[in-house]
Ligand binder design. Structure first.
Ligand code: ARG
Length: 446
């Protein structure tokens, strides 16, 4: 029973990931204690030196992790005691594990956001590279997975670029909210020592200190921010993944994924399964799950710290790992994917995606849009019955549906349709070109 109960409370197998933050936080705390005359300079020096050695031991793998000591804080402190004796006992003066853990996790989140932002940046760069390499490629744009109107492939890539730009903003905001120092709150009420919180904030690179000690130890909003920003970003990646799965099928054949990112089937030799895209779509589920788990974990907790909050970390680490890996893989997968422009154009031409343009043509000649819509619907039925595309209809056939048609209607094409969408945010070639240029400027300035 003893094993079961201690295994239940242990967190060292995952919170050891916080060792760098935990040690940096302790060093800053010790320096502040000495500066304020709360501990002696000699003790603070011994503590700092001991902690630096422990950091080294952890990094070179010689540190012995002891589950019976439960968490990262106790593992480090106990080792410090072995190394420097009683002075180690002074480190925890004017501190509680409650403000210590809040500090560690905030510091970890700030670092994690930095890595995520850089991975998002790389993925956005890949999108723009593909957009530029395939600047002239026309494809069908879809609504309801039905071919709707022709668009530039680059326009489609830029849509992803926008989505990821909002993700970037959300992580930036996550950083700002994590960037508040909780240390100095003690267990919950503040501390009866003349501490200097601003000094610690400066040492550790925090731009603000928390204003309320109870909130500081009870708050995990910054983790929820991270989890929700991650969930939205994974939702975007999952939509992208879904398109890559569709596009790489024989039915679409718009792209071929690099062999690195596909796997063969064990019994069907012809197959190149888009496993990485599928797994990204699948792993999105666990990221959403961790967000829900943390919301549920927090929702019934009275102020301030409750041990339940130890359960905040595993889902967070998993989300961070999953998101970072997915972003990194997608950046490379997109850079290496092969576009098949002929197939995209063929799909755009081999359908009735010009119907809107023909209706717009009638509107241009004075017909109300609703009526034009009806004319083109009848015209489409006629073309479908004859088994031909709009481009193959004769002028006489057009004129039998409306006398407003003249030979200019025969010039309507996939390219003219794209060119006509010449509004800010539209798919016209020059607009997209400009959007690509703007995107590049933005990437450079980030
Ligand atoms: N391992 C704990 C956590 O992750 C650290 C804080 C423990 N504080 C306490 N009073 N037991 O939340």
């Amino acid at each position: 029973m003893r094993e079961v109960t201690s295994a239940y409370t242990v967190s060292i197998h995952y919170d050891r990931r916080l060792y760098r933050q935990d040690i940096a936080g302790s060093i800053a705390h010790a320096r502040m204690l000495a500066k304020q005359g709360i501990v002696s300079d000699a003790d603070a020096e011994a503590i700092t030196k001991g902690l630096r050695e422990i950091l080294q031991e952890i990094e070179d793998g010689s540190f012995v992790w002891r589950p019976e000591l439960e968490d990262i804080h106790m593992n480090v402190e106990s080792r410090l005691h072995e190394k420097i004796g009683d002075a180690a006992g002074r480190l925890h003066t004017a501190r509680s594990r409650n403000d210590q853990i809040a500090l560690d996790v905030r510091m970890f989140v700030k670092d994690a956001v930095g890595e995520v932002l850089s991975a998002i940046h790389d993925l956005r760069t890949s999108l723009i590279v593909q957009a530029e390499l395939n600047a002239e490629v026309v494809m069908p744009g879809y609504t309801h997975v039905q071919r709707a109107q022709p668009v530039l492939f680059a326009h489609h890539m830029l849509a992803y670029f926008e989505m990821l730009g909002r993700d970037s903003d959300r992580f930036q905001q996550t950083y700002e909210r994590a960037d508040v120092l909780p240390l100095g709150s003690g267990a919950l009420a503040g501390l009866p020592y003349p501490i200097d919180r601003e000094f610690v904030a400066q040492e550790l690179g925090f731009s603000q200190i928390s204003r309320n000690s109870m909130d500081a130890v009870a708050d995990r909003d910054f983790l929820l921010d991270f989890q929700s920003a991650s969930s939205i970003c994974m939702m975007h990646l999952s939509r992208m993944a879904e398109e890559f799965v569709l596009w790489s099928s024989d039915e679409f054949a718009f792209i071929r994924l690099s062999e690195e990112y596909t796997t063969g089937s064990s019994i069907m030799p012809q197959k190149r399964n888009p496993d990485f895209a599928e797994l990204a779509r699948g792993k999105t589920g666990r990221v959403f799950g961790s967000l829900m788990a943390l919301l549920t974990l927090m929702k019934g907790l009275p102020l301030t710290y409750n041990r339940d909050m130890q359960e905040d970390k595993e889902g967070f680490f998993d989300t961070f790992d999953t998101l970072l890996a997915t972003l990194t893989i997608f950046a490379d997968m997109i850079a290496k994917m092969h576009i098949v422009p002929e197939r995209m154009r063929e799909a755009a031409q081999g359908s009735y995606v010009l119907a809107t343009d023909i209706a717009d043509y009638l509107v241009d000649r004075g017909m109300p849009f609703r009526e034009a819509h009806g004319v083109v619907a009848r015209l489409s039925r006629h073309a479908v019955e004859r088994g031909v595309q709009f481009e193959e209809l004769t002028l006489d056939e057009y004129r039998s549906f409306s006398t407003l048609f003249d030979e200019e209607v025969l010039a309507i094409s996939v390219d003219s349709s794209v060119a006509a969408r010449d509004v800010p945010g539209g798919t016209a070639f020059d607009r997209v070109n400009q959007a690509v240029a703007d995107a590049k400027t933005q990437l450079v300035s980030e």
